[in-house]
Ligand binder design. Structure first.
Ligand SMILES: Nc1nc2c(ncn2[C@@H]2O[C@H](COP(=O)(O)OP(=O)(O)OP(=O)(O)O)[C@@H](O)[C@H]2O)c(=O)[nH]1
Length: 190
């Protein structure tokens, strides 16, 4: 069991939201922004939450916010920035577009940790999800090197680490739904 004081929650909210057309983390769903749903799911499991985003609108949530150390380089740079600023060995990294996520699902990542892994990621509907994952801080070194080489793919970066995937039961797959488009938003609001 990992002590929650040794886990930082890192929420990435620095994307362009081009498919949605409006900043995804700030979309209202069941009375609160997507971002707040994600922070609420993380809160019981971590000692601190930090936000990685160049958008100052996220300051309203009251967490420390850091800007990408490498700009316009996508989620790989966002995760790298989060790990670099984290003070803890373990880090639960989430995107801001999974508003159905819950603490129980995230806890599965922590429960599945073993000493041989550097990243534990969710696998849902046959797809690995490196933005619902537990990272050891040491991954920052791999990611920095890859970014310097011009690599931008997060899943490629994760695959350079010792990675383990945790599959969800079919009835829990819904909690990891990525909401990227107005159509997907409409579907969860119904
Ligand atoms: N900090 C940071 N986060 C990012 C960056 N790019 C994407 N993200 C975050 O990574 C997660 C997944 O992002 P995507 O859906 O792949 O990209 P997006 O730019 O948000 O959306 P699209 O423009 O529709 O692809 C979201 O939480 C984004 O906010 C980035 O350059 N920096």
């Amino acid at each position: 069991m990992i002590d929650k004081k040794n886990i930082t929650g890192i929420i990435l909210a620095g994307g362009k939201s081009s498919r949605m057309g409006t900043d995804k983390g700030l979309i209202m769903f069941k009375g609160m922004p997507f971002f707040q749903h994600i922070a609420n799911a993380l809160h019981p499991l971590v000692g601190e939450i930090i936000v990685i985003s160049n958008h100052s609108a996220y300051d309203i949530f009251g967490f420390k916010r850091f800007e990408d150390l490498i700009k316009n380089a996508g989620p790989l740079a966002g995760v790298y920035t989060g790990l670099k600023h984290s003070k803890t060995e373990f880090n639960l990294v989430l995107s801001c577009d999974v508003p159905l996520i819950n603490t129980g699902t995230l806890n599965k990542l922590i429960d599945s940790y073993d000493n041989n892994s550097e990243v534990i990621q969710i696998e849902s509907k046959g797809k690995t999800m490196p933005l619902i994952a537990l990272y050891k801080k040491q991954c920052e070194y791999h990611f920095f090197k890859l970014l310097q080489e011009g690599e931008r793919r997060l899943q490629y970066g994760v695959n350079q680490c010792k990675v383990k995937s945790v599959s969800l039961d079919a009835e829990n797959d819904v909690f990891t739904n990525n909401i990227n488009t107005p159509e997907q938003l409409k579907a969860i609001r119904q």
